[in-house]
Design a protein around this ligand. Structure first.
Ligand code: SF4
Length: 157
């Protein structure tokens, strides 16, 4: 299993499947052991993770280590990684881009503004920019049979 994880980490370091590898310093494949069968999955690398190429370092990592220790777990005995393996740029929201003819327009999740009221202005700004975009960019017509089954995706298939 550890060999599989090492091979997967090499593949992730070489991955260029989405644009995030261009702005990140390096990939953050994950670290730890699969032997315990316990797996912690974060969202995406932050500043310190991008700098060190390791998941959950810096203040958040220290807190995670403390929380693990409190329940009798050692960080080295679990596997820690993120859904996204290259750090997204500081400001990904509010910047539309075209992928395969579709316009992708990332916005903050409304829950982020509920947790951090300071983000409410940025969220409102993103939606104002979205309204401008919708006024100028023709919305592609979907085939009727696709409407119920498809889920929105940021990076496509
Ligand atoms: S974020 Fe994931 S899919 Fe994108 S380049 Fe990095 S490893 Fe590949």
């Amino acid at each position: 299993m550890q060999d599989d994880l090492r091979m997967l980490a090499d593949e992730i370091r070489a991955c260029t499947a989405c644009p995030l590898h261009r702005s990140a310093r390096q990939a953050v494949p994950g670290e730890g052991s699969a032997e315990s069968g316990i797996f912690f999955l974060g969202e995406a690398p932050g500043y310190n993770e991008d700098l060190q190429g390791r998941p959950f370092v810096g203040a958040a990592g220290q807190l995670l280590d403390e929380l693990l220790s409190d329940i009798g777990l050692d960080r080295s005995k679990v596997f820690i990684t993120n859904v996204v393996r290259h750090r997204p740029p500081e400001r990904i929201h509010g910047r539309p881009r075209k992928v395969d003819g579709l316009v992708i327009f990332p916005v903050y999740h409304p829950a982020a503004a509920l947790h951090q009221p300071a983000l409410r202005g940025a969220l409102a700004g993103d939606f104002a920019a979205l309204a401008l975009l919708l006024a100028t960019e023709p919305v592609p017509q979907q085939k009727a049979e696709q409407k119920t089954a498809d889920q929105m995706t940021l990076f496509g298939n």
